[in-house]
Design a protein around this ligand. Sequence first.
Ligand code: TXA
Ligand code: MG
Length: 332
Amino acid sequence: MIHMLRVEIDPVSPSPEVIAHAARLLRSGRLVAFPTETVYGLGANAIDASAVERIYAAKGRPAYNPLIVHVVDHAAARHLARVWPEQADALIAAFWPGPLTLVLPKRPLVPDAVTAGLPSVAVRMPAHPVARALLAAAEIPIAAPSANRSMLLSPTTGEHVERSLGASVDLILDAGPTPVGIESTVLDLSSPEPTLLRPGTITLAEIESVIGPIVNAERRRSGETSPRRSPGMLDRHYAPRGRLLLATTSDLPLVVLGEAATARSVGVLLIHAHTDAAHVVQMPNDPLAYASKLYGALHALDDAGCDVIVVERVPDDPEWLAVRDRLSRAAS
Ligand code: TXA
Ligand code: MG
């Protein structure tokens, strides 16, 4: 069993033997892909710089894009941070374990390879039982970006990881689909103004209800007044292989018709619209349920060979911010 690349593991009560094996691999500098509640992560020992370098090589990730460090508990997070702002305690009490990543000033023990040379480190305590068991058994912080080739779609199943990274990983813990489905919210607490760097299912409003007003880096960026603070937030990202187009509910049928004239195969993600196309996926009219299905649906359309994917625009409301963000990056 254990010599296989991808091993199935129960998402609720993971086998201690398999977890122990994965933990040993991590402690000896190898790469283990594992499920979190958001997406699968490609893990390495965060305090071993050469193990961390392997993550960049396996993903083809540019060296300027820093990684998130996963920790088993609050104390392990504090161990990595040089300064611990008051807001961090309140946010952790409200949202950990869960899909909220905090960027904090780093201690010297965090290698530059993890932070891409930045003076700050991104940390989160995941909620998935497999991730938690792995962190507890390994007794080290685990650096883990999403377990996909750089610039492509994040993986929400073990098969996605295997297809994207294959044998460049030492072990894939396959616990089936991840429940949240899109990457964590990233909040920068390393400077006086708390700043949202990446929207996620923990919303701006939920964060503000705990620590008061925060800055949305995306909104500020469009005002051209400050540099982008998250080097990983390249515009094109989280993208399927096929070309992705966004269309309003009323325009969608015509856009699909137009594309069908030249495309090999058109895929469609819709909520309300009606259309005929080779591959139509009905998406839920709820932001959390939509996020949970999004990457799985895009992977499926990629796998079906769609060279064009037309996506019905989602509502403009704040609760849909994270889904809009991923869709507009995939379309750009
Ligand atoms: O849900 C998630 O966050 C998943 C799971 C595996 O935990 N991980 C994930 O990692 O999405 P990745 O590497 O695909 O995205 C990490 C993001 C990037 O946008 C990166 O630029 C940002 O976090 N980041 C990491 N360290 C940072 C730092 N010190 N300052 C600013 N941004 C940072
Ligand atoms: Mg990623």
